[in-house]
Design a binder for this molecule. Structure first.
Ligand code: FAD
Length: 167
């Protein structure tokens, strides 16, 4: 039996938010309508075969879009795409029209740092999220810096000076 442990919700969110991540926008198309959603719950799962995972909340419309289309693209955002992240998280008061290009039959944000196109491989309902496993059908990569997210804020990459080797 699972043990019930009392953990303060705010502390729990702060702890999980202290894990710095990149930011993606998941895109897909259903009946010729393009949908996008900001997500940072993304990870690589397997190299042979090439599989990746995303985790989508039970209330997100994207959950049903992926179930319908059975394919999705993961757009890994560049440092200059903070507004795209906010738009696809529904955080902008006035949204602008977004232009999509196509890659492997999927709509993508063409100024992204990288894109991973996937066919839906499998899905697992876990608590209040569904983990979608994607079978990778194509990738593309640009020269750019990633957009980062940590402690509830967008960040940029900064190289640390190499420390002197211990004597
Ligand atoms: P909607 O509410 O339908 O769409 C989201 C927004 O995108 C809307 O404002 C919509 O207008 C806009 N949009 C959609 N399609 C288009 C289009 N074709 N052109 C222009 N605009 C469009 N949630 C998770 O479930 N998993 C995560 O891993 C996750 N990570 C997140 C990371 C960050 C940094 C942030 C800020 C949020 C994250 N979220 C995550 C929350 C998630 O992005 C929001 O809850 C989102 O609003 C849910 O979207 P939805 O699918 O319900 O779509």
């Amino acid at each position: 039996m699972m043990q019930q442990v009392e953990i303060d919700d705010r502390l729990y969110r702060n702890v999980l938010g202290s894990f710095a991540t990149g930011v993606t926008v998941i895109t897909t198309e259903v009946d010729k309508v393009v949908h996008g959603m900001t997500a940072n719950a993304f990870m690589s799962v397997s190299l042979k075969p090439k599989l990746v995972a995303i985790s989508i909340g039970e209330n997100a419309r994207m959950l049903h879009h992926i179930k319908d289309s059975k394919q999705f693209a993961i757009n890994i955002l560049s440092a200059n795409q903070q507004n795209k992240s906010k738009q696809f998280a529904g955080q902008l008061k006035s949204e602008s029209e977004v232009t999509f290009t196509y890659f492997k039959g999927l709509p993508i944000l063409d100024d992204s740092l990288a894109v991973i196109a996937c066919d839906l491989h499998s899905e697992y309902v876990v608590g209040d999220h569904t983990i979608f496993i994607g079978h990778v059908t194509g990738v593309k990569l640009e020269q750019n810096d990633p957009l980062l997210f940590s402690q509830g804020k967008y960040r940029e990459l900064k190289e640390l000076e190499e420390s002197e080797s211990p004597t």
